[in-house]
Write a new protein. Structure first.
Lengths: 419, 419
């Protein structure tokens, strides 16, 4: 019987050092989000396979870990395809389960409902450095709030959390799906090609305007449309960031865009800028697309200079819950890049503030029982005083044991019988 | 596209009310165990199917949720049995993953290593009231400590946690596999029947000595052995609890039992009794069996009067890690009945102490953006002061909204434009 010592492919064990940081970060996140009135909830890690494969998860639906049917339900003989073998799958995000949760429990929840979820999700991605097949997501969502109060609260809460974790000088980039669409319409692109155009636009960061132009041409779009389109982005780049860029862009797009869309975006930016706690900037970014097809309005993303790419994001998805309930429910969410934050803190050698004092009593091997109690009593008293106390047997290689404990921050005391 | 609103069969959504209690209990558990020097770790929720089905999980191995192979590895055409279709499974406990973890990382871990795990496990049990197919386990384990210091620390830490959660007047029942075996040997039962005898003995609680006698007879054991066996238990019942019962039982078993076994058990009981923080009793219980086949020495169980059965337990399992490493590693663990504790606290209408003040600002629908900032600033200030603050749009049915918020503990303020 040869047992495997390694974790399963693409997943990892979390060692004490990292775990301490994860617990600390989780604590800050929960405390901060709770101060904004978000309530923790949990859903099972498994969902019905029909829900998971309902075309709301985009590419993630190809990465589902599926659960084999059990007992009589598994009919291997007459199974013709994978679908006959499975009844559930591991969730690939926390948004779809939240939509199901809300549809199931709306009557017992406050309106609006502010949910906080921290949980594992699974994706059978090709394993690569720093990306794992099981990872933690950390989402806040406001359900039942149609106004941009939702966006403002989500951004304030998320940035307050990042600030408390020591991040500063970052950006929240914001855009609107309605503006994305209006820009494409204004340029004269056919409506059924919008999604393809946005996929190309999404690469602006990496390939620049020339690259986007080239790819749009290669896709066979009209030169005139392409040049009108790129012109719009140039305008936004010419020193007109934030509020001003929105104003001039939206006035150009009038006829293609409802007036309130730009106004709402401006109000979000202004309200956040005036009440923010952390050190960051709101930036209007008309090239921001965000992949997931379910967004219907505002979209936003965190850009932290220390990271290459984004460190979380979100947006408004007013239609997803309707897929469960039939009736539309306004919804808006923000997901913080938990794993990237942990990775960065680990790389920076992050030290957790205000750690309790650590004391280790090392007990000689043949210490008599009645004396042992005295050491235990000392240990219990120190624990009552808030210390972290270890009572351990003295190893043969005492020096090595003490060195290791000292490295972990323990002050060690040796307890001999004949002392 | 009909999507399912309910969670998958046998699993449950956790609503805000329960989640608050779970988070509170988790916090107490982590803080208390940390004060005893236990370090949190995590392993993936999936394990290789070979590890899970290595006959260390007893009956639980029949309840594994299995993960379908993916991509090219899934060869449905030539699959002859379930085993050809799966490569991983969901963990059914936290002990087997811990053994794998320790085997994989021992070089980077202190010795002894005191691990704390709180995590979900999955068992495809028949759904029944109050038992779910996904549930939280909460284990502490001490690896690499051969002496009974491990048992003492585990029991002190677990009972301190229960005490901080408000439990009192409970019992820790303790026994030794070596004593169980010696009692069977003394009575003259054949060695290969011990496990069967222990399965019957395990029912003592429910069927009493007469029931055990009857079942042993029905299994065809010798009358003489049965009566010798039951005599031993009677002796322990006749007013001789704790230390005295161990002394007299072990002296009767001399020749079948190493002297140090009884002595060790006595020292555990004495040390715990003299240094315990919570209000509970140590009780020697020679009928305590504990199902899992992997225990090798001490076994113990929590009995809380409010519960029918046990509310957690554990013991020494010195051989399991050796299945991964080849060499034996002493190990001892204690699992606290997390789900049962939550259930009991919920039933008792448990109120979390020291909740922050809750304030809700309800904002009139067409509140202008510049005034909104003033409300947001008030909210931010209250959050800085440690309050939990909600800013929400006033619903059409304002009265109902306020009632709900009041029920959740919020003080509500209405914010009108023309005020």
């Amino acid at each position: 019987m040869a047992l495997a010592k390694k974790p399963v492919t693409g997943m990892k064990d979390i060692l004490p050092e990292e775990m301490q940081i994860r617990d600390y970060v989780t604590g800050i996140i929960k405390d901060t989000y709770r101060s904004f009135g978000f309530t923790p909830i949990e859903t099972p890690c498994m969902e019905n396979i029909g829900n998971l494969c309902s075309k709301q998860g985009g590419e993630n639906e190809k990465l589902i870990f599926k659960i084999l049917k059990r007992g009589e339900k598994l009919k291997l003989d007459c199974a013709e395809s994978e679908a006959d073998l499975v009844d559930m799958g591991m969730r690939y995000d926390l948004t779809l389960p939240l939509a199901r949760f809300y549809a199931n429990h709306a009557n017992n929840l406050p309106s609006p409902f502010k949910a906080l979820q921290i949980g594992s999700v699974w994706r059978a991605d090709r394993p690569q450095r720093g990306r794992y097949r099981q990872f933690t997501q950390c989402d806040i969502d406001i359900l039942g709030e149609p106004s941009h109060l939702a966006e403002i609260e989500l951004i304030l809460a998320t940035t307050a959390t990042l600030g408390k974790l020591g991040f500063s000088g970052f950006e929240i980039r914001i855009n609107e799906r309605e503006i994305l669409k209006a820009m494409a319409a204004y340029s004269g692109f056919p409506e059924d090609s919008y999604e393809n155009i946005f996929i190309i636009l999404d690469k602006m960061d990496k390939i620049g305007p020339d690259g986007v132009e080239k790819e749009l041409k290669e896709s066979g779009f009209k030169e005139e449309s392409i040049s009108k389109y790129l012109d719009l982005f140039q305008m936004a780049e010419k020193g007109q960031t934030g509020i001003k860029a929105i104003e001039s862009l939206c006035s150009r797009l009038s006829g293609f865009l409802e007036e309130q869309v730009g106004q709402r975006l401006q109000e979000i930016i202004e309200s956040v800028e005036q009440t923010k706690e952390a050190d960051f900037q709101m930036v209007f970014d008309p090239t921001l697309v965000r992949g997931m097809g379910y967004y219907t309005g505002t979209i936003f993303e965190i850009a932290i200079p220390e990271f290459g790419g984004s460190c979380g994001g979100g947006g408004r998805y007013d239609k997803m819950i309707g897929n469960f309930t039939g009736g539309a429910v306004p919804a808006c969410g923000f997901s913080i890049g938990f794993e990237r934050i942990i990775l960065l803190l680990m790389e920076q050698g992050f030290q957790i503030p205000k750690q309790p004092k650590r004391t280790a009593y090392l007990i000689e091997k043949n210490y008599p029982a009645e004396k042992l109690c005295e050491v235990m009593k000392k240990a219990q008293q120190a624990r009552r005083d808030g210390q972290q106390v270890l009572v351990a047997r003295m190893n043969k290689n005492k020096k090595f044991q003490k060195e290791k404990l000292t490295a972990e921050g323990y002050e060690t005391f040796e307890e001999f019988f004949n002392k």
